[in-house]
Ligand binder design. Sequence first.
Ligand code: HEC
Ligand code: HEC
Ligand code: HEC
Ligand code: HEC
Ligand code: HEC
Ligand code: HEC
Length: 266
Amino acid sequence: MKKLLAIAFSITLSLALSLGLSLTASLPAQADSITEAELNEITAQWKPSAHALADVNCSSCHQDSETKAFVEKPNYESCQSCHEGETDTFLLGKHGIRLREGQTPLTPTKARIAMKPEAHSKQMNCNACHNVHSVDTYQASVDSCLTCHNDEHSLNYKNSKHSQSFLAEGNIERPSNASVTCSTCHLQREADKSGKNTFVNHNNTYNLKPRDRMASEVCMNCHGMEYAFNSIFDNELVNSNFSRPPEIHLKSFDMVRVLQEKREGK
Ligand code: HEC
Ligand code: HEC
Ligand code: HEC
Ligand code: HEC
Ligand code: HEC
Ligand code: HEC
């Protein structure tokens, strides 16, 4: 089996036009549990991925950059050098902060809010949401969240117009500005340091409180200010995951209107 794995890895590596790096020499015995079929499946997921297109191959993640040793189960550190913004922000939010502090990863058993029972021992890392071999962001945007989250707000998302538009769009190239997923609101897209490109802010705590942060940085990309604020400060509406129009009417907007009218001498 060890030899089989070694051959499969070297075939994949040559497919990936690897830069002459070979993992075969350092393939350890613990990789023995992987069958040839599993390896073929992983390769098939990787081949059409954004990574394969960008020449990010098996060894980019499975080889320690210093020792050159084979790493069987890479963690977030293997992504960090290429995805600094995503990794640094992930480590600041509730999902990642335990890893930043050198503790064991967050698991649903530690949660205060409802989680799927079958996910209780699932460990939080980049691969909790991403299939690390296909790096498909469609599946990551909603389905991955619902493998763990089981509270009313999360489950109600499927009843919303936001969800309908996401499903109607299908698995198009992401990011898309036309639909709203869990990640549109909770892992918001921001301009990077250069200001030319965007990156996904993976800090899932960042825009929860105060709520006007999400209203202005997310909702107002599509809705007017008054609509956004009247929606986000309606607890029932948040609980229903925005599956009806807003019903509350924030008084402050009336005050602003009165002031405006006074100023305009009406
Ligand atoms: C973007 C980084 C990345 C790339 C590229 C990548 N892998 Fe992985 N791979 C990972 C991570 C992260 C894990 C650990 C998943 C886990 O802990 O369950 C993993 C796990 C594995 C496993 C172990 C699965 C298990 O259940 O033990 C195998 C085998 C594997 N990868 C093979 C490959 C092959 C072959 C390629 C190239 C076709 C490849 N990987 C490309 C990141 C990557
Ligand atoms: C050697 C550099 C490198 C490493 C290591 C790497 N990536 Fe990537 N990743 C890239 C490049 C390049 C792209 C394509 C970027 C683009 O198209 O803008 C990409 C794209 C992605 C995408 C978006 C895919 C899409 O369809 O838009 C995700 C998600 C992703 N990577 C996750 C990861 C994760 C998780 C890890 C670690 C397990 C990782 N990457 C490791 C370079 C890397
Ligand atoms: C591996 C399981 C798992 C997955 C997958 C997952 N989460 Fe979580 N998430 C958790 C746990 C555990 C908590 C902590 C809950 C608690 O403390 O009550 C949490 C907390 C949160 C919080 C609250 C953060 C805070 O500071 O209170 C948000 C928002 C969140 N997750 C959104 C998401 C979104 C969006 C996705 C998908 C893109 C996702 N989660 C995927 C397990 C998961
Ligand atoms: C809670 C789930 C979750 C976790 C954990 C997570 N991601 Fe993501 N990630 C997503 C989602 C969802 C998207 C797609 C967001 C969108 O485009 O709406 C995404 C997008 C990305 C992208 C593509 C960015 C772009 O510009 O298109 C990269 C790269 C990435 N993640 C890397 C990582 C890395 C590295 C880690 C670990 C440090 C990680 N992710 C952990 C859910 C997650
Ligand atoms: C249109 C925006 C939007 C969408 C879509 C959305 N959420 Fe939320 N989410 C919110 C707002 C607003 C809050 C309340 C923030 C606060 O006051 O703490 C929230 C709160 C949460 C919390 C924290 C709950 C708590 O009691 O601590 C979790 C977890 C969460 N959302 C997960 C999800 C998941 C999973 C999805 C997709 C299935 C999703 N959300 C879709 C806006 C959204
Ligand atoms: C990418 C654009 C986009 C973003 C971002 C966005 N929405 Fe929406 N929202 C829409 C679209 C499109 C609809 C559907 C309009 C329709 O069909 O009438 C909608 C519908 C709604 C509805 C009405 C639901 C119904 O059943 O009539 C509410 C309430 C709502 N959004 C609140 C919010 C809040 C609050 C935020 C931020 C936390 C937000 N939206 C973020 C595009 C967006």
